[in-house]
Design a protein around this ligand. Structure first.
Ligand code: PLP
Length: 442
């Protein structure tokens, strides 16, 4: 069946809430960084299934581990009995966690439920109710994680009331910066904004948790200024508030380090949420946390029938092997430098490119109206549409920001081919050769 025939079959029954509309394709297969659709068109994947396949599609070592485990035992619930791949993965993840002291691990099925679990653990451990998160955050789609998110009105319309006790503070996004403001002044001013709720209505001694994406993903690929994050972290420590980092999008080598929080050497989180790429796309997430925080909750307050399932944890063990053996963290850092050089060169050439933010093989490129400097969603959509036509799959975040997240195993020849495609599309946009594009995205 063709792309269109399959979509016709699916679409009248597929819930609108569960897909953000981009291109009318059906992905048939994937190998490394190359995807093939049902019409046998091939694309260089610059999205990695939303950063869920850092090891690339169908890595042979991961496939073998899944096959072997599936032949032995597909599921027995870890909520009652351990299984061997899970028991192997647990100390491995604990050792990898950038957390001081002994670490414990709780599994889930999605990044969203990992972020819910963080709220539960923090409330139980501190005996406090309030949760602080940031505008621009995407923590997930369950009621807890959607309540701590703040990236799009479309996420929360019509579904309120959300989880009570959640307070949002502004993330230090570059567009809040005043003209000619120094880095330090910007951090200090944003830290003042962070403190305002605590000075006016939010008792710090009743606050359980501050949760942040140290590098926001869907929020536009923005790394918090180090001075700012250090101050927020110190504030948390001074007031006995737990500090959590959401690594679901940016973890596992994506940002050029194993964990994005390692870009901030003075910050030592109490809790970390991991998901997406941990099992190369199988349904697994984890909360990693200081042991005493974990022990604040007993069963069954955070268990799921399939969390820590043998096939998903076998896949996670194989994924960690690949990350280590193929030095994917270093590769992400190295190829990320090439990507930054490429996009910086494009920025010098085309005045519709605003800010370029690249951390590892990962980042956002702002498309703006050269006359006003304001976001240009239409131009960004024209670009990704043409990039798609030319054979690479890329989407936008926040309407006008190109999302660049190829698998970390991408071959350099494919990366360079992707750069040529993007360059050609940008040249055509510049020359006024691209037709108006159909609206798409969030
Ligand atoms: C930073 C971050 N946290 C959590 C999530 C939610 O993960 P999931 O969609 O697996 O529930 C996402 C998904 O995009 C994410 O980017």
């Amino acid at each position: 069946m063709s792309n269109q025939e399959i979509l016709d079959q699916e679409q009248q029954h597929y819930a609108k809430a569960a897909r953000i509309k981009y291109f009318d394709i059906v992905i048939k297969s994937g190998k490394g960084a190359i995807l093939t659709d049902k019409d046998d068109h091939q694309y260089i994947d610059l999205l990695s299934s939303a950063s869920a396949t850092n090891t690339g599609h169908c890595h042979p070592h991961v496939v073998e581990a899944i096959k072997q485990q599936a032949e032995q035992l597909i599921q027995y619930t870890p909520a009652y009995f351990a299984n061997e791949p899970e028991a192997k993965l647990t100390p491995r993840l604990a050792k990898l966690a950038p957390i001081n002291g002994p670490v414990k691990v709780a599994y889930g099925n999605s990044g969203s439920d990992a972020n819910d679990a963080i709220i539960k653990f923090a409330r139980a451990y501190t005996g406090r109710q309030y949760i602080v998160s940031f505008t621009g955050a995407y923590h997930g789609s369950t009621y807890g994680s959607i309540s701590t998110s703040g990236v799009s009105l479309n996420m929360t319309r019509k579904i309120g009331p959300l989880l009570p006790g959640v307070v949002k503070v502004p993330f230090p996004s570059p567009w809040y910066r005043l003209p000619n403001e120094s880095d330090d002044d910007f951090s200090d001013r944003m830290f003042d904004a962070f403190k305002l709720p605590f000075e006016t209505y939010l008792p710090a001694d009743e606050t359980a948790l501050i949760e942040i994406e140290a590098i926001q993903g869907d929020g536009a690929f923005i790394k918090a200024p180090e001075r700012y994050l250090n101050k927020v972290y110190q504030f948390a420590k001074e007031h006995g508030i737990l500090f959590a980092v959401d690594e679901v999008n940016q973890g596992l080598g994506r940002s050029g380090k194993m964990w994005s929080i390692q870009h901030f050497p003075d910050v030592h989180p109490d809790l970390i949420a991991v998901g997406k790429s941990i099992a190369s796309g199988l349904l697994l997430s984890a909360v990693l946390r200081r042991a005493e925080v974990m022990d604040a909750l007993s069963a069954p307050r955070n268990l799921y029938t399939t969390a820590g399932n043998p096939v998903t944890t076998a896949s996670a063990n194989a994924t960690l092997d690949v990350i280590e053996n193929e030095h994917l963290v270093e590769r992400s850092a190295k190829l990320g430098k090439q990507a930054k050089a490429f996009f910086d060169k494009m920025k010098d050439r085309f005045d519709f490119i605003g800010d370029v933010r690249i951390y590892g093989l990962n980042g956002g490129i702002d498309i703006v109206d050269p006359a006003t400097g304001k976001a240009d969603d239409d131009a960004a959509t024209q670009l990704i549409t043409q990039i798609f036509e030319l054979g690479a799959l890329m989407i936008t975040v926040r309407g006008n920001i190109l999302r660049f997240q190829p698998p970390l195993v991408i071959k350099e020849t494919d990366l360079n081919k992707a750069f040529s495609i993007i360059e050609q599309a940008m040249q055509e946009l510049n020359d006024g050769k691209l037709p108006p594009a159909k609206p798409m995205g969030w």
